[in-house]
Design a protein around this ligand. Structure first.
Ligand SMILES: [Mg+2]
Ligand SMILES: [Zn+2]
Length: 188
């Protein structure tokens, strides 16, 4: 039977975003409460899947092997602290390559759904950017915004123009605990 998933954007949700990209594991910094959030997620039945745009690869700034190494280290750090990441999917392309996998297009989520047998209608995507909300909407999963990363600077007036329901939380920890308890109040 297909299983629900919690899709997570990476930069600005799991780790501190950098304007010059995360180019090595040394530059990867977990945001406060994130490792605890992964522990909470691991208690549930959801698959935990990271979905990330990494155009730094297509721009020639970071090699694919390094991005894979960063994700291996991230997954291991989460595992050691009692959490779990089941899969990481990323888009390596530049915006001008017009690929189907760069968010806000839903390609990565649809691919994950096929490969991991995910029930999209029962799943959510947590992101820090309007682009993540668009991706969730396009894939048919529940859009969740956190006020970390770019989400800190999004004005209420901009959020008020989003034409579909989504949830807003302070950070990943609040999102996973509140959604896990079913204590949610979607806004539209
Ligand atoms: Mg982000
Ligand atoms: Zn792509």
């Amino acid at each position: 039977m297909p299983k629900a998933a919690v899709f997570l954007d990476r930069d600005g949700v799991i780790n501190r975003d950098r304007s010059d990209y995360v180019k090595s594991w040394e530059e990867f910094e977990f945001l406060p409460g994130v490792l605890e959030a992964f522990r909470v997620l691991a208690l549930g039945l959801h698959q935990v899947v990271v979905i990330s745009n990494q155009s730094c690869i297509g721009r020639g700034l970071v090699g694919r092997a390094m991005v894979d190494e960063i994700h291996a280290c991230m997954t291991e750090a989460v595992r050691r602290s009692g959490g779990r990441i089941d899969a990481v999917y990323y888009c390596p392309h530049r915006p001008d390559e017009d690929c189907p996998c760069r968010k806000p297009r839903p390609g990565l989520i649809l691919k994950a759904a096929r490969e991991l047998d995910i029930d999209l209608a029962a799943s959510w995507l947590v992101g820090d950017d309007l682009r993540d909300l668009e991706t969730a909407k396009a894939a048919g999963v529940r859009p969740v915004l956190v006020r970390t990363g770019h989400g800190r600077d999004l004005p209420e007036t901009r959020l008020a123009r989003v034409s579909y329901p989504f949830d807003v939380f302070e950070d990943l920890f609040e999102a996973v605990t509140r959604l896990g308890e079913g204590r949610v109040s979607s806004r539209s």
